[in-house]
Ligand binder design. Structure first.
Ligand code: PLP
Length: 481
């Protein structure tokens, strides 16, 4: 075999194909509204069109790339469409995509400071910036007792916080001997399901999860939390962790952080705040009241990959006491030993997360913050909220629709008065049209439509069109009654 033979893409070929891919992405953003927002393919359709066997011989890049349009695009749901109003935003932006591309290009593994100092130090720096940008407590900064770290998701952030809480509550014995089954975790009935998953993974047992009742606005009831904690203590159990949410997934409910935080402080329970989507609103001073009480938190997370124009994945987790998190997750095998780590002068983020390896995710965050500036980010967040509040007014003014939950920011939960089956049909019809995409939730047995505004290029006319189409579809359905 010739030593010189290789199958790699040369730098010149990469340059040529890379330009074509970047052009394709730019075209995609220009044409994204021409696709049905929700992919219309039937299950199995995409796989059917793919060859059964992998290729023995390599193919040229043009042929591979052509198949993206032909085989892949029909099965794509267009999260970046301005008419995407489903779930929650997962908005992307030019600077973020380019930052991510650069991260792929550098191919850095940032598990240790020494495996790429810039990867660690940029992350620490940008996460410190964000503490100031969101007016979070300074204890979350790296020059204090705490610090921030980028996780892949809010789910991982919650898991890391929960593990640290478990170790704190058992004086690090659970890591040693396994979990002893008396540790209790408190969430509300509206908390994201990632907490339930975290409890399973942490070995704490789903039976030890308490779902605290919510009030009429779907926010956790602190009196119920306090009562449940007392009851658990009387039964010889160990309250260990409370998760409060700023902006729940279903309805954007705001748990009362000050009251919950005070209970946690008095009871010496780890207090985690999940602000996955809504945390970004605190970029604007007028929404910082939502974070009142976060000064009592032991950990806090929000997802720039939801609403801050940073494409997936990028969750920022902050802890007030990094020593507990590091002691919980740190393992130092011989093959990772190095002088910088031994000196204690550097951060090794592998000790702040579940996996060992990590990508250079801070590049995209840095690019976005610098490209938009605080002013640009505030401008777009305010615009999203303004559009959502206009929609709220339309619902309030309509005789046949009602708001189902308060809409403090960019998520509106609403329903038509004709009942569950009608609302379900309405949603299916809207989504089948391909012109927009909404999802649903259920509150107290009532089928509810959710309209979430936060895509990068959503403008007033998109929201107005959505409202018009909702009304037209209602009229159409009513004709058939
Ligand atoms: C409040 C809340 N927490 C956590 C999550 C989970 O986010 P991730 O996909 O980053 O794990 C979501 C996503 O919907 C959310 O809305």
């Amino acid at each position: 075999m010739s030593a010189k033979k290789n199958f790699h893409m040369s730098p010149d070929e990469f340059r040529q194909h890379g330009k074509a891919v970047v052009d394709w992405i730019a075209d995609y953003y220009e044409q994204v509204e021409s696709y049905p927002v929700l992919s219309q393919v039937k299950p199995g359709k995409i796989r059917e069109s793919l060859p059964a066997e992998p290729p023995l011989q390599g193919e040229n890049f043009e042929a591979i790339f052509k198949d993206v349009d032909r085989l892949i695009m029909p099965g794509v749901t267009h999260w970046q469409s301005p008419n995407f109003f489903a779930y929650f935003p997962a908005n992307a932006s030019g600077p973020s995509i380019l930052g991510d591309l650069l991260s792929s290009g550098l191919g850095v593994q940032g598990m240790l400071w020494s495996t790429s100092p810039a990867c660690t130090e940029l992350e620490t720096h940008v996460l410190d910036w964000l503490v100031d940008m969101l007016a979070l407590p300074t204890k979350f900064k790296s020059d204090s007792t705490g610090g921030g770290v980028i996780q892949d998701s809010a789910s991982s952030a919650a898991l890391c916080a929960l593990l640290a809480a478990r170790e704190q509550a058992t004086d690090f014995e659970s890591n040693d001997k396994g979990c002893e089954g008396r540790l209790i975790v408190y969430v509300s009935t509206q908390t994201h399901s990632s907490l339930e998953k975290a409890i399973k993974i942490a070995g704490m047992g789903q039976a030890n999860l308490r779902s605290i009742a919510v009030d009429e606005n779907f926010a956790m009831r602190p009196d119920e939390l306090a009562r449940q904690i007392q009851q658990d203590r009387q039964n010889g159990l160990i309250p260990c962790f409370v998760c409060a949410t700023v902006g729940t997934t279903s309805s954007n409910a705001m748990d009362p952080l000050p009251e919950i935080g005070r209970i946690c402080r008095d009871e010496k329970i780890w207090f985690h705040v999940d602000s996955a989507m809504s945390g970004t609103a605190a970029l604007c001073p007028e929404y910082r009241y939502l974070n009142d009480g976060v000064e009592l938190a032991d950990s806090y997370c929000f997802n720039p990959h939801k609403w801050m124009f940073v494409n997936f994945d990028c969750d920022c987790l902050y802890v007030a006491n990094r020593a507990i998190l590091i002691k919980t997750l740190s393992i130092l095998p011989e093959y990772l030993r190095n002088q910088a780590t031994e000196s204690g002068a550097v951060i090794d983020y592998r000790d702040w997360q579940i996996p060992l390896g990590r990508r250079f995710r801070s590049l995209k965050l840095w690019f976005v913050i610098r490209y938009y500036g605080i002013e640009g980010l505030q401008h777009h967040i305010r615009y999203h909220i303004e559009m959502a509040q206009n929609f709220v007014k339309w619902i309030e003014e309509a005789d046949d629709f009602e708001l189902v939950a308060p809409a403090p920011l960019n998520l509106i939960c609403f329903r038509h008065q004709r009942g569950n089956a009608f609302n379900q049909q309405l949603l299916e019809r809207l989504n089948q049209s391909g012109n927009l995409y909404l999802t649903h939730t259920v509150f107290n047995g009532e089928y509810t439509l959710r309209l979430s505004i936060g895509q990068t290029h959503t403008e007033e006319h998109h929201v107005a069109q959505a409202w018009q189409q909702i009304q037209e579809t209602v009229a159409d359905l009513e004709k058939k009654l």
